[in-house]
Design a protein around this ligand. Structure first.
Ligand code: ZN
Length: 141
């Protein structure tokens, strides 16, 4: 289970990062009409945009020019952009950090030597009474 989580976390990090880099040049989104109001979710210019605009007439998969989108490093909300238009924006570093931190923790946790081993070189210190690791010379606490 832990192995799967580590693997899945790493893959997810790579996927988010690749999407992030790719979205600098090209954006893609999907528009669906919900209750007569077109709603679009899209990944463009380093972030995820969820917006509602009566000006978005086409439904289905839509492509965007990245340059026409505002870019910010923080999650953002734009209201009042014309009649009935709102934009929610979440930069992709948010999900990247959310996935990367627990993944890094899992990797780091497994690298820590088991109890009774030198913290620096993982040498087995069972029965050691000198207080110094014979392998690397680290003083033991
Ligand atoms: Zn050592």
């Amino acid at each position: 289970m832990i192995r799967f989580l580590k693997w899945a976390g790493l893959v997810l990090c790579i996927v988010i990062f690749v999407v992030w880099v790719a979205s600098i040049w090209a954006g893609i989104g999907y528009t669906c009409s919900y209750g007569g109001q077109p709603r679009t979710i899209s990944v463009v210019r380093g972030g995820v945009y969820w917006f509602r605009s009566t000006q978005q007439k086409d439904t289905g998969v839509v492509h965007f020019h990245a340059a026409s989108f505002p870019h910010g490093w923080l999650p953002d909300y734009h209201g009042g952009l014309g009649p009935g238009a709102t934009i929610w924006y979440m930069p992709l570093w948010c999900p990247l950090i959310l996935v990367a931190l627990p993944t890094a923790y899992l990797y780091n946790r497994d690298r820590r030597p088991p109890p009774g081993h030198c913290l620096k070189c993982s040498y087995d210190l069972t029965g050691n009474v000198s207080g110094v690791c014979p392998e690397c010379g680290t003083k033991l606490l």
